[in-house]
Design a protein around this ligand. Structure first.
Ligand code: IPE
Ligand code: IPE
Ligand code: MG
Length: 244
């Protein structure tokens, strides 16, 4: 094997590791289009790609990863594509759960489950239950997730709980979000070059560092993840203050 293959590469340790990384996995459709394949083939390739990225995240010491897999707006895509995306979620659980569990991945879900079929919903809940004590990596899957819908849901629950106006503060709102108990993302990566957030972690990502790469999601590999983490480690975060 050539000594310069990506697997042989030594990755210098990073000065600073984000405690929570969000990834907007975009560009599957374009990846397929470039190859004259149907969009669903791009989604399958994107899912295949996930395994390597998860391994790399563990190797680089990222403790929490949130992946944007299906947005509340993605329901508006053609029925056949929505169907393909739902069946991919089901297949990933069927085929990959055992290995993810073995590797110590703790699966979580953010978003809505009530619009999935009862069977798929149960599979998601079983996977969460099975892996709940794993500690290697928290993998938060954003499926039927939208940041605005999340805030609407939080406000509904806050009102229903009888919380008084004086009790409402940022910590209280955070505790009603799907991500309650997790750190806010330090870094949000978006593949395929689009410079937008597309309703992803809009509250939690208020001060996240953004990293956009033109690489399409099915081509985003360990080397690319390292580049993103390396870029993050060189950033100066200010949180509204003056440089110190
Ligand atoms: C991301 O790839 C996956 C989902 C949004 C479900 P896209 O399907 O958005 O791919 P492009 O952006 O059309 O290339
Ligand atoms: C964001 O990608 C959602 C996911 C990656 C799941 P989209 O492709 O749906 O976002 P837009 O339409 O480019 O904003
Ligand atoms: Mg897209």
């Amino acid at each position: 094997m050539a000594s310069n293959s990506p697997d042989d590469r030594q990755y210098p340790p990073l000065a600073k590791i984000p405690q929570h990384v969000g990834i907007i996995m975009d560009g599957n459709g374009r990846w397929a289009q470039q190859r004259g394949l149907p969009r669903s083939a791009g989604h399958r390739a994107g899912t295949e790609n996930l395994r390597g990225v998860l391994r790399a995240a563990v190797e680089f010491g990222v403790p929490v990863l949130t992946i944007y897999a299906f947005s509340t707006e993605n329901w508006a895509r053609p029925r056949s594509e929505v169907k393909a995306l739902l069946s991919i979620l089901e297949r990933v659980i069927d085929r990959e759960l055992h290995e993810l569990h073995q590797e110590g991945v703790q699966l979580r879900h953010i978003g809505r489950l009530d619009r999935l079929t009862p069977r798929l919903r149960q599979k998601v809940l079983d996977a969460i239950e099975l892996t709940k004590n794993n500690q290697q990596l928290i993998l938060n899957v954003a499926f039927d997730y939208g940041g605005r819908a999340e805030l609407v849901h939080a406000v509904q629950r806050i009102v229903a709980a009888g919380v008084t106006p004086e009790q409402v503060d940022e910590a209280l709102i955070s505790s009603y979000l799907y991500t309650a108990g997790l750190p806010d993302p330090d870094l949000i990566i978006r593949t395929s070059g689009e410079m937008r957030i597309s309703n992803f972690l809009i509250w939690q990502g208020a001060y996240a560092e953004l990293y956009v790469t033109p690489t399409l999601w099915p081509d985003f590999d360990k080397e690319e993840l390292y580049k993103a983490l390396e870029s993050y480690s060189r950033r100066e975060r200010r949180f509204g203050m003056v440089p110190g």
